[in-house]
Design a protein around this ligand. Structure first.
Ligand code: BTN
Length: 251
């Protein structure tokens, strides 16, 4: 598969000195691989694409399964020192959504949705980048369904980019998002979540909807705070959720 690596490198290298792009036919997980490298002291900026993953990982210990060609799976690894890490996954999600289609919405904190069906997920991990704690090494993993996968065993069929952009393939999706993603991560490092707040709001899939937190608390979602926490109005009043998994209450 031709990944257009040269064009991506030319676009990204001026933003990230020392940047390399790499495509592996197969790896356990691009996040796991970049975390291994970071722990071994290999902390140069890299965008690692896998054509297939044998142990793709999602948030909260879940897996991320994808068949070769059906999805784009990559991780961006780089040293990063934001004042506050909260909101990074929202900034990443906003950026990818904007590069794909107006119908792509964001389900706090890490998912991209189309019509309440999952299009993409984000898994951000950090490692210490050496003896000093700053900057840390960030591994920003992204999995995007590009073609409709076989939906056996899934209660709701996931969404795929080719519903929105006919004929797109995984390299085409990567070519759209690589440079804007790096620009946004660097902007987040400098300015935090502020430049992304209104953009998140305009794509917020949960706003004004009934939600149930993973601890069972019910409420209504009311957007996000300046640092990317989810505002939920519950029986106890307005609360800010910073890490709990939130799901939309079934109708
Ligand atoms: C989620 O939906 O919970 C997050 C899914 C993240 C999947 C991507 S695929 C590339 C990178 N490598 C992984 O093992 N996971 C992320």
């Amino acid at each position: 598969m031709n990944w257009g690596g040269e064009a991506i490198w030319e676009a990204v290298a001026p933003l990230l000195p020392g940047f390399t792009g790499e495509v592996l036919p197969q790896v356990d997980s691009t996040n796991t691989e970049l975390m291994r490298r970071a722990r071994a002291g290999r902390i140069e900026p890299v965008l690692l694409v896998a054509e297939s993953q044998t142990a793709g990982r999602g948030r909260l210990g879940r897996g991320w399964a994808s068949a070769p060609g059906d999805s784009l799976t990559f991780s961006l690894g780089l040293p990063l020192a934001p004042a506050d890490w909260a909101g990074l996954s929202l900034a990443v999600g906003v950026t990818i959504a904007e590069q794909l289609h107006p119908l792509v919405r964001l389900k706090w904190p890490n998912d991209l949705w189309v019509d309440d069906r999952k299009l993409a997920g984000i898994l951000i991990e950090t490692a210490n980048a050496g003896t000093h704690s700053l900057p840390r090494h960030a591994v920003i993993g992204v999995g995007i369904n590009v073609r409709q996968p076989k939906a056996e065993g899934l209660s709701t069929a996931p969404a795929a980019v080719d519903e929105l952009l006919a004929g797109t393939d995984a390299p085409g999706v990567l070519a759209r998002i690589a440079k804007p993603l790096v620009e946004s991560v660097l902007a987040f490092q400098t300015f935090g979540f502020a430049p992304f707040h209104a953009r998140f709001d305009s794509r917020d899939a949960l706003r004004d909807r009934a939600v149930v937190l993973s601890d069972g608390t019910a409420g209504t979602a009311h957007g996000v705070t300046d640092t990317g926490g989810l505002l939920v109005h519950t029986a106890a009043g307005m609360t800010t959720v910073t890490s709990a998994e939130v799901s939309v209450r079934p109708a």
